[in-house]
Design a protein around this ligand. Sequence first.
Ligand code: FAD
Length: 322
Amino acid sequence: MGDIFVVVEHRQGVIREITHEMLWKAGELGRALSRKVSAVLFCHDGARMIEEIRDRADRILLVESDAFKNFSSDLYKELLARLIAEHAPLLTLMGHTAWGMDLAPALSVKSGLPLATDCMDILWEGDRLKAVRQVYSGKLFSKVSFKEAPGYLATIRAGAFPQEKSGEHSAEVQEIDLPADLPAERRRFVEFVDTGAGEVDISQADLLISVGRGIGEEENIGKIKELADRLGGVLACSRPVVDKNWLPKYHQVGTSGKSVKPKVYLALGISGAFQHVAGISGAGTVIAVNKDKKAPIFRVAHYGVVDDLFKVADALMEKIGG
Ligand code: FAD
């Protein structure tokens, strides 16, 4: 019977959180369906990564090569298609990340297997594999079922599952040689550019005061910065604030920004798009202020205020004697 494959995502030699989340889900599904979990690791030097995931999978399919110093969608697609043809996994999980968004559609075409993208959950119901996805900017969930196929592909949204170990595993490592006849890559990796820590490191802060597009204008940011300073916190933001050049990139929380784990996350005028909330899955208490009571941020917030953010900011300032 086919395993559940998890494509291990890593950057600069470090396994990314999404991998642990997918391994958790694969472990849960594996137990329910009596399937083994295979972590598929393509890398340059795997020793440390193998140790990190050994107790989260039953098998590690390892291809070590200089070709995998950096991510290459072309190479991953070719090699994964061959491994899928050989091992016939029931399901192959990839992150709904820059990697997965690049790789999964091409792999689906190459392997002929159906793909569900950006899944919040994967279920086996009746005799069908089903995927839970969000629609209408996260306001509704939809459940889609795959047509019967010899195997299935899915990309998983960051933060959808816990990062803990799921059950007892002890992986055997199966080394595979990089085939000599892989087609040439059509794209070439040029450079890894780190955004850098900048003046503040939001990933280490205990209290984050985060502003979204609801801040309205650049001039209003100063007011919230003052509030953050008074509270002893650090200013963070959603992506539109960075795109408008109102704050530098190192303030950005989310899938294309930073993952944060403050004790308290105060979200002011942030709608709660999944790319943003994926970055706060490690936060302690989330407090959201938004004018729209249906804003998706309230789904993840422990406390919510449906009101104008400036009213709340002023009230807080008054309370702390501003
Ligand atoms: P909006 O969605 O416009 O929400 C503004 C909110 O403010 C609304 O809910 C509104 O009701 C509220 N509001 C308005 N005025 C007030 C007021 N006066 N008082 C109170 N509430 C008010 N986004 C990220 O944040 N981080 C990422 O890393 C990220 N990566 C991405 C990667 C990709 C590949 C893509 C496609 C998108 C990414 N995004 C990311 C963008 C993301 O999809 C959303 O567009 C973004 O998070 C929305 O930001 P926002 O909540 O500030 O703005």
